[in-house]
Design a protein around this ligand. Structure first.
Ligand code: PTT
Ligand code: SF4
Length: 626
C-alpha cells in the first residue's frame, strides 16, 4: 500500500502484548483513516452494550494517509472509543507529535484493549513495544508527566497522556499532548484511566512510502506558501480562534451564565484584543505554519494556552471577566486533563444550582477561589465533586427539580461555546452531531446569521449536511486540521492532490463525499445499536432552555427557539440523510453506501425501514415532549 502503512498496532494491556495487524486496502479505500478507521473497528470488534469503562472497551488512536508526510497542518490524530459520558460513539482530534511518530513507526492506528494490572506506560519504538511500570508517574499532572517522560526518553518523543481527572475516570476527562493540545471530549481520558494507562510514549524513525514523493514535496511547499499568502493569515497568527469572542458578542451568541444570556458585559476584557496585550508566544501542532495557540501568563505567572472555546466556557459562561484568572482555570483543565468545554458547563450548572439553593455547594458566578477548589473536588471526586464528575446530564438527574432543562448537553455531551437561542441550524448541528453537542462536525452559525437566523428553511438543512460531510467526514478521516480550509479559505482541491500524490488513488469530491457519508452513517448506526430500545428522536433535540427561556438582554431580547419548527426541521434533516422518522438510517441508505453486513447486523437490534417514509404529520405525534 502507498500512502497508508497498512498496519495497526493492537495493544492488549491485560496480557502486556502488542501485535501488528495488517489490514486490507479495501478498508482504506472505503473509510480513508482517522474517524473512519475508528468507527469501523468499533463496529466490528466491540460487543454491543460494552461498559465503556470496562477492559473490553477499545481505545483507538488513528491517523490518516496525509499524516506525518510534511504537509501543512497534518500533525494530528483522532482518539476514539465508546464514550463513558454518552454511551455512544466518542472521539476527538489532537495535534500531537505522537501522530507523526506513529506513522513513522509504521502504524496508521493503535488499538488499545484490556486493562493493565497496575498503572503502566506503553513505550513504542518503531517495531518494539514495552510496558513500563508507571507507579512513579500516577498522580502527576499532564504537564509534570510530560516533562519527566521527556527527560526519561527524549525531548522529541510523542506523548499521549492523562492527568488526575482521567485517572479518576471523570466522565469528561480527555487525553493531553504537548502542553496545550488536548482532545477526546466525551471522556476518552476516562477510558484511558480505566485501563490503568497513564501514557503512550512513541518514537518512529521509518519512512512512509508515497506514490509520488517528488510531486508531494512540491505540493507541500506550495501548500505552505499558499497559506502564508492568504489575506487572513497575519491576523490569524495574532489571535487564532480568540477573535471569535468579539464576534459572538456582536451576534448574541456568547454563552453567558450557563447559557441564560448570549451577551456578556465584560466580553471586551476577555476577547482577542485583550488577549494580544497579554500574549507571550504562539504554540501549535507539529507540521503547522499557522500555529494558533495563544500563550499568555496566567494570574499565577504560569503559561496557559488560550482558545475561544476554553476562554468562553471558563469565562463568560461562569461569570469570569478577568482573562488572567480564566487562563489559570484553563491551565488547570489541561493539567488535570479535563475537557475545558464540559468543565465550563459543569461549573455553570453547579453555579446556577448553588444560586437556586439546590445543591450543598456554595459557589458563585466568577468566584475564583471557590471555583478552583471545586475543580479539584471534581478531579478527585470529592464530596459533591463526585456528582459533577459524571457530567451535567447525570448531575441534573441527581439534582432533579427541573434542572434537566438547564443541563446544557445533547446525548450527555456538554454543549460547546455557541448560544442557540437564535440559531436554529446551529441547534440542529448540535442535535445531530456524531458525538453529542460539539461544533466539530458543523460550525454553521456564521453562515446562518448571514442567511437569516430566524428562518427554519430547508436550505439550512442542506447547508448543514454539506458541512457535516466535509468537516465531520472528510477532515476527521484525514485527521488533518480543518482550520486552513474553514478559517483561511484553503481549497478542498489541495487535499485531492495530496491524496493522489500520497496514495496514487484519484479521489473525486463525489467519492470523498460518499466516504464521509459512509462514516457518518456507520456512526449513527453505532449509536442506535448501543441505545437499542432507548433510541429516540428526542435524543437529537438540544437543551430545553433554548426553547423555554427567552433571552432577557441584548439585541435579541425575547428570542427563543421554536420547538415545533425545530422538530419539522429535524424531520427534513432525516429525510435528506435517508433516515427514518426515528433518525435511524434506512436499509436502502446503508446498502447504497456499501454497508451491507452492517445493515444486517443493525437489523438484529432495531427493525429497519426499507426506504424513507414521506414526511407526514405523524412526526409530531412521535415526540412526547411536545
Ligand atoms: C476540541 C475542543 C476544542 S475545539 C477546544 S478549543 W477549538 C477545547 N480545547 C481544549 C484544550 O485546549 N484543553 C482542554 N483541557 N480541553 C479542551 N477542550 C476543547 O476541545 C484544537 C484545534 C481547535 S481549538 C479546533 S476548534 C479545531 N478542531 C479540529 C477538529 O476537531 N478536527 C480537525 N480535523 N481539525 C481541527 N482543528 C482545530 O484544532 P476535541 P488540539 Mg482538540 C488545549 O479535541 O475533543 O476534538 O475537542 O485538539 O490539538 O488542541 O487543537 O476553538
Ligand atoms: Fe494545530 Fe492550530 Fe495549526 Fe490547526 S492551525 S494544526 S489547531 S496549531
Amino acid at each position: 500500500m502507498l500512502g497508508w502503512t497498512g498496519n495497526f498496532l493492537k495493544i492488549n494491556l491485560s496480557k502486556s502484548q502488542a501485535v501488528t495487524e495488517e489490514y486490507k486496502q479495501d478498508l482504506a479505500l472505503s473509510f480513508l483513516g482517522g474517524r473512519g478507521f475508528a468507527i469501523k473497528i468499533l463496529w466490528d470488534t466491540l460487543k454491543q452494550r460494552t461498559d465503556p469503562l470496562s477492559p473490553e472497551n477499545k481505545l483507538i488512536f488513528a491517523t490518516g494517509p496525509l499524516t506525518a508526510i510534511g504537509l501543512p497542518n497534518s500533525g494530528k490524530l483522532v482518539v476514539a472509543s465508546k464514550s463513558p459520558l454518552t454511551g455512544g460513539y466518542g472521539d476527538g482530534n489532537i495535534g500531537s507529535l505522537a501522530a507523526v511518530h506513529m506513522r513513522r513507526a509504521g502504524y496508521d492506528a493503535l488499538i488499545v484493549e484490556g486493562k493493565a494490572e497496575k498503572p503502566v506506560i506503553v513505550h513504542i519504538k518503531d517495531k518494539t513495544c514495552e510496558f513500563v511500570d508507571a507507579k512513579d508517574f500516577w498522580g502527576l499532572s499532564a504537564f509534570e508527566l510530560e516533562e519527566q517522560l521527556r527527560k526519561q526518553f527524549s525531548r522529541t518523543v510523542g506523548i499521549l497522556s492523562i492527568g488526575p481527572a482521567g485517572e479518576n475516570q471523570v466522565k469528561f476527562a480527555n487525553v493531553v499532548s504537548q502542553e496545550g493540545r488536548a482532545g477526546g471530549r466525551p471522556g476518552m481520558g476516562a477510558v484511558m484511566g480505566s485501563k490503568n494507562l497513564k501514557a503512550i510514549v512513541i518514537e518512529g524513525t521509518g519512512k512512509i512510502l508515497l506514490s509520488d514523493p517528488d510531486e508531494m514535496q512540491k505540493l507541500a511547499s506550495g501548500g505552505y506558501r499558499e497559506l502564508l499568502a492568504k489575506p487572513l493569515y497575519q491576523f490569524w497568527k495574532r489571535q487564532g480562534t480568540m477573535s471569535t469572542v468579539e464576534w459572538s458578542q456582536e451576534n448574541s451568541a456568547l454563552p453567558t451564565f450557563n447559557y441564560r444570556q448570549a451577551v456578556f458585559d465584560k466580553a471586551e476584557e476577555i476577547g482577542g484584543f485583550s488577549m494580544e496585550k497579554m500574549k507571550v508566544s504562539n504554540r501549535g501542532c507539529p507540521q503547522c505554519n499557522m500555529t494558533c495557540g495563544n500563550v499568555v501568563k496566567d494570574s499565577e505567572g504560569k503559561d496557559s494556552e488560550l482558545d475561544y472555546e476554553n476562554v468562553v466556557m471558563l469565562g463568560s459562561n461562569i461569570g469570569f471577566g478577568d482573562l488572567a484568572q480564566i487562563a489559570t482555570l484553563n491551565r488547570m483543565a489541561d493539567e488535570f486533563g479535563f475537557d475545558a468545554i464540559s468543565l465550563g458547563n459543569v461549573l455553570g450548572f453547579a453555579m446556577e444550582a448553588s444560586e437556586k439553593g439546590l445543591i450543598p455547594v456554595k459557589v458563585g458566578w466568577g468566584q475564583f477561589e471557590e471555583t478552583k477548589a471545586l475543580i479539584k473536588d471534581i478531579a478527585y471526586r470529592r464530596d459533591f465533586g463526585a456528582v459533577l464528575a459524571e457530567g451535567v446530564q447525570a448531575a441534573s438527574k441527581a439534582v432533579g427539580q427541573g434542572s434537566s432543562d438547564w443541563a446544557m448537553h445533547v446525548k450527555g455531551l456538554e454543549v460547546s461555546a455557541y448560544d442557540c437561542h437564535a440559531a436554529p441550524s446551529m441547534a440542529l448541528a448540535y442535535g445531530t452531531s456524531s458525538i453529542g453537542a460539539h461544533h466539530k462536525d458543523a460550525w454553521v452559525i456564521s453562515w446562518e446569521i448571514k442567511a437569516g437566523r430566524e428562518s427554519y428553511d430547508p436550505i439550512k438543512v442542506d447547508h448543514l449536511i454539506e458541512t457535516q460531510l466535509t468537516r465531520g467526514g472528510l477532515f476527521e478521516a484525514l485527521t488533518v486540521c480543518r482550520f486552513p480550509y474553514n478559517s483561511l479559505g484553503f481549497e478542498l482541491e489541495w487535499y485531492q492532490k495530496y491524496l493522489k500524490a500520497a496514495t496514487g488513488v484519484e479521489f473525486s469530491l463525489q467519492k470523498l463525499n460518499e466516504i464521509s457519508n459512509r462514516i457518518l452513517n456507520l456512526i449513527r448506526a453505532f449509536w442506535v445499536r448501543e441505545y437499542k430500545e432507548k433510541w429516540s428522536r428526542e435524543l437529537d433535540v438540544p437543551p430545553l432552555r433554548w426553547f423555554k427561556e427567552p433571552l432577557t438582554q441584548g439585541a435579541l431580547k425575547g428570542t427563543t427557539l421554536d420547538l415545533e419548527k425545530y422538530n419539522e426541521m429535524l424531520s427534513t434533516y432525516y429525510q435528506k440523510r435517508g433516515w427514518d422518522l426515528r433518525g435511524v438510517p434506512t436499509q436502502s441508505t446503508l446498502l447504497r453506501l456499501g454497508l451491507v453486513q452492517e445493515a444486517k447486523e443493525l437489523e438484529a437490534y432495531v427493525k429497519l425501514e426499507k426506504e424513507n417514509e414521506p414526511l407526514v404529520n405523524k412526526t409530531l405525534q412521535n415526540t412526547p415532549f411536545l
